[in-house]
Every structure is written in structure tokens, then in C-alpha cells.
Design a protein around this ligand. Structure first.
Ligand code: DX5
Ligand code: ZN
Length: 230
């Protein structure tokens, strides 16, 4: 059994937006660790979602868990201070969406948040060579960004092993997160590839019966049970 400290990060992209505060409360009460917050701009990705106002609203609602803001926007820098003010914990961005990666990392850090880089399924980890000691999170996309409910792309497991090696060889305390198509059927295999933080959108928010406050208990428990055997 692994000694890793695993964290489950439900993606609110698949939540009921009309009852978002309650959805987040329920998923945290069910044992989730982090709120994964997908920001899409209909430019970097072909979809449009939520911005800093919604992040701030969750904080005002009383959410104290870390909020993991995944920026799928271009340009990146303009929106960083707004998310910092809105209460973001992590701010991750896609390196190809920023003209100056090192500057964007520093901007996020200076704003008081934890920076991270996100890699699409076909993007190599090259940008980590000179950034890994300056970030808190590496996020590997296991689907192409833009939509929930897509199928996990298996070659990302090799990339996870590569990222885990890079982090461990340098003795760094950087989280390795995966995003897309993760659920009880594959989370154990993903953990074995070295991932410690697991985004799950449709697998979590699609579970149970609408209106039941305990609807997320059994899916989070199933994810934890799989991780316990990793
Ligand atoms: C996709 C988003 C994901 C998405 C994952 O661009 O970054 O966070 O919500 O959804 P599932 O878990 O359904 O693949
Ligand atoms: Zn995401």
C-alpha cells in the first residue's frame, strides 16, 4: 500500500450550477479535499464557464477548502490578480497560453497563490525543466481540455510516471494532479503511476439521486477504497 497522501478534487464543471454552494458543501461533507474550478474562455478552449465572481461567491458562502483554479484562458496574466482576490488557493495555467511562463508563475506566487502548470495530452513536459522548483502543482490533462465527461487517454500514465520521476529526483514537494476521465474504475492505476491529486467531475457529480444530500458519499468512499489498495 502506498504512503502517499492522496487528495480528491471534484470538478464543479459537472455540478448543478443553480445550487452550486450546496453542491460544494455536500461534496466536501462527503470527504472531498479540494474544489477543482474550471475556467474556460471560448478562446483557448471552445467552451465558456465561470470566473472570479463565482470563486468569490463560494468563499462568501463559507467554503474554506482549497480552491484549485484551472485556467483554460488566453491570455493568462490579466485574470490572475482577480482570482487571487476572489480567494483562489492554487492557480494553474497552460504554458502555451502564456507568452512569459516564468513571469506568470511569479505573478501567481506574488499574488499569494500557489502556481501550477497544466499539460495537454500531446504536450511534452519540457516547460518543467526550468520551472519545477518554482511551482506547487503539475496538472496532467488526461482528456483534451474544454468539456467534462470525456474518455481517459491512457498514454498520460507514461507522462505521469515521467513527471513523478522528475519531482522525486529533485526532491521537491510538488503535487501531481490528473484531470479528465478519472473514476473508481481507473483511479488505482492512475495512483500507481505516481499521481497524488485526482480531479473527477462527471464521476462524482453524476453519482446518486438528485436532491439527496448524501448522494456523493458512496462515490467518494469508492474512490478512497480504490486508493487504499494502490
Ligand atoms: C476539462 C476539465 C475537467 C473536467 C473533468 O477541460 O479541465 O476538470 O471537469 O471532467 P471529467 O472528470 O468528467 O472528465
Ligand atoms: Zn480542470
Amino acid at each position: 500500500m502506498s504512503q502517499r497522501n492522496y487528495r480528491i478534487a471534484p470538478s464543479i464543471l459537472s455540478a448543478d450550477f443553480a445550487r452550486l454552494g450546496e453542491e460544494v458543501d455536500n461534496v466536501l461533507a462527503a470527504g472531498a479535499d479540494i474544489v477543482h474550478f474550471d475556467v474556460m474562455d471560448n478562446h483557448y478552449v471552445p467552451n465558456l464557464t465561470i470566473g472570479p465572481l463565482v470563486c468569490e461567491a463560494l468563499r462568501k458562502h463559507g467554503v474554506t477548502a482549497p480552491i484549485d483554479v484551472h485556467l483554460m484562458v488566453e491570455p493568462v496574466d490579466r485574470i490572475v490578480p482577480d482570482f487571487a482576490k476572489a480567494g483562489a488557493t492554487y492557480i494553474t495555467f497552460h504554458p502555451e497560453a502564456s507568452r512569459h511562463i516564468d513571469r506568470t508563475i511569479a505573478l501567481i506566487r506574488d499574488a499569494g497563490c500557489k502556481p501550477g502548470l497544466v499539460f495537454n495530452p500531446a504536450t511534452p513536459l519540457d516547460a518543467l525543466e526550468w520551472t519545477l522548483d518554482k511551482i506547487d502543482m503539475v496538472l496532467l490533462m488526461s482528456v483534451n481540455p474544454g468539456f467534462g465527461g470525456q474518455k481517459f487517454i491512457p498514454h498520460v500514465l507514461d507522462k505521469a510516471r515521467q513527471a513523478r520521476r522528475m519531482i522525486d529526483e529533485r526532491g521537491l514537494n510538488v503535487s501531481l494532479e490528473i484531470d479528465g476521465g478519472v473514476g473508481p474504475a481507473n483511479i488505482r492505476e492512475v495512483a500507481r503511476a505516481g499521481v497524488d491529486t485526482f480531479v473527477a467531475g462527471s464521476a462524482v457529480f453524476g453519482a446518486g439521486k438528485a436532491g439527496d444530500p448524501h448522494r456523493y458519499d458512496s462515490v467518494i468512499a469508492a474512490l478512497r477504497a480504490e486508493l487504499a489498495g494502490a
